[in-house]
Design a protein around this ligand. Structure first.
Ligand SMILES: [Zn+2]
Length: 389
């Protein structure tokens, strides 16, 4: 890859600047020669009233903004490879999209700044490396850079590597923060549209349902002109979750819904019964892991390991061990009640405490509490044989 260093004035860069409010994208600059947001770039994330303001402050104070990289598409057309956020911030400010505070704390738009400050901004010079290389070289290089302190996440990299019609359509659906479905999706999927987490989730669900990786799926569908399969599968999962679970609990967010859908969507559930069970388990002080509640219910309320039922504490175990052992020694039988009723050599064996585990006499699933009254110690073998409680 070849590079050439050039200096541009801000006034040149923002000449012909267009900002697309709906998509959150800075589009063009350099009198139309510069594409600010190429297909593989992320959406603009600086518009938080801090980072964008900091860019303008830096210009006013004469601080360097760091290197910017352009990719030469041809002699007269360039794409921003790195620096899109900074350029968009400057373009948005000079076109009056946000204000900064002056020394007296008053909000100032670009046009209300004193002339000397306006020209300080407009005359600032930006250092730009023009790069030339094949698409593969550019994208490989793009994989290795961090854009202005916000590292690209995995999905953003994949979007860059597999850019094309499919990614464009998929981003329009899943990475568009004005999509009205986002609120519903957010109940089950953590992250934001802008940082591609909904797209990442949608892709991983459909890919793994076909035994493929996300990368494999993106590569295979790269030139597709529709995203029907992706969208249909995603909506099926979301509709299934909200159909089975009427409650929306915060612990539902970020669960492995794709896997759960594959495992359980063919089973039928009674949503009002499911809802009662969810509420009962949420009210149960012995349930430590609420995130396990949903899979526990889907699996027919059998695998209590998912709930991480609260265990007996050490003090309780020690007290019970002492009582149990003293009583057993008196009777001349094993301190494991199950060994004591057996017929082998362990019938009168006194186990050490470290050889025993605490057990719920009445299982938690049958209403047994995690209290000293419901605690007994069993030898390892018998405790394991008693199995899931
Ligand atoms: Zn035993």
């Amino acid at each position: 890859m070849e590079t050439e260093l050039k200096k541009y004035k801000v006034s040149e860069i923002v000449d012909g600047f267009v900002y697309n409010e709906l998509e959150g994208k800075g589009l063009f600059g350099l009198s139309g020669k510069l594409t600010i947001q190429p297909e593989y770039q992320r959406n603009y994330i600086y518009a938080d009233g801090k980072k964008d303001v900091a860019v303008i402050d830096s210009l006013l104070k004469g601080y360097p903004l760091g290197l910017i990289y352009f990719n030469n598409v041809d002699k007269n057309n360039f794409e921003v490879l790195d620096g899109q956020q900074r350029i968009t911030s400057i373009g948005r400010f000079t076109t009056g999209k946000f204000a900064i505070k002056d020394a007296n704390g008053r909000e100032q738009l670009f046009t209300s700044l004193p002339a000397d400050k306006q020209s300080k901004i407009i005359e600032s010079e930006l250092l730009v490396y023009h790069c030339e290389g094949t698409e593969t070289e550019i994208k490989d290089w793009f994989k290795t850079i961090n854009i202005a302190g916000i590292p690209l996440n995995e999905q953003e990299l994949l979007n860059a590597i597999y850019s094309g019609t499919f990614v464009t359509l998929a981003k329009a659906e899943f990475s568009n923060s004005s999509n009205a479905n986002i609120q519903k999706w957010s109940a089950y999927i953590s992250g934001t549209a802008q940082r591609q987490q909904f797209l990442a989730t949608a892709l991983s669900w459909v890919a793994s349902s076909k035994g493929q990786t996300k990368e494999g799926y993106m590569a295979k569908h790269r030139l597709d002109t529709n995203i029907n399969e992706l969208k249909t599968y995603f909506n099926s999962v979301i509709d299934w979750i909200s159909g089975v679970f009427r409650d929306v609990e915060k612990e539902m967010c970020g669960l492995e819904w794709g896997r759960l859908y594959e495992e359980y969507h063919k089973k039928s559930y009674d949503p009002s019964k499911v809802s009662k069970t969810v509420q009962k388990l949420y009210g149960d002080v012995y349930v430590k892991n609420r995130r396990g509640v949903f899979e526990y219910i889907l699996g027919g309320e059998k695998d209590t390991k998912l709930l991480e039922i609260r265990v007996f504490d050490d003090a309780t175990k020690q007290t019970v061990y002492k009582q149990q052992t003293a009583a057993a020694q008196k009777k001349g039988e094993s301190n494991c009640p199950l060994c004591a009723v057996g017929h082998d050599a362990n019938k009168s064996k006194i186990w050490e405490q470290k050889e025993m585990d605490a057990d719920h006499v009445t299982a938690w699933s049958k209403g047994g509490a995690t209290t000293i009254k419901n605690c007994q110690l069993l030898c390892r073998t018998h405790n394991q044989a008693k199995g899931n409680k």
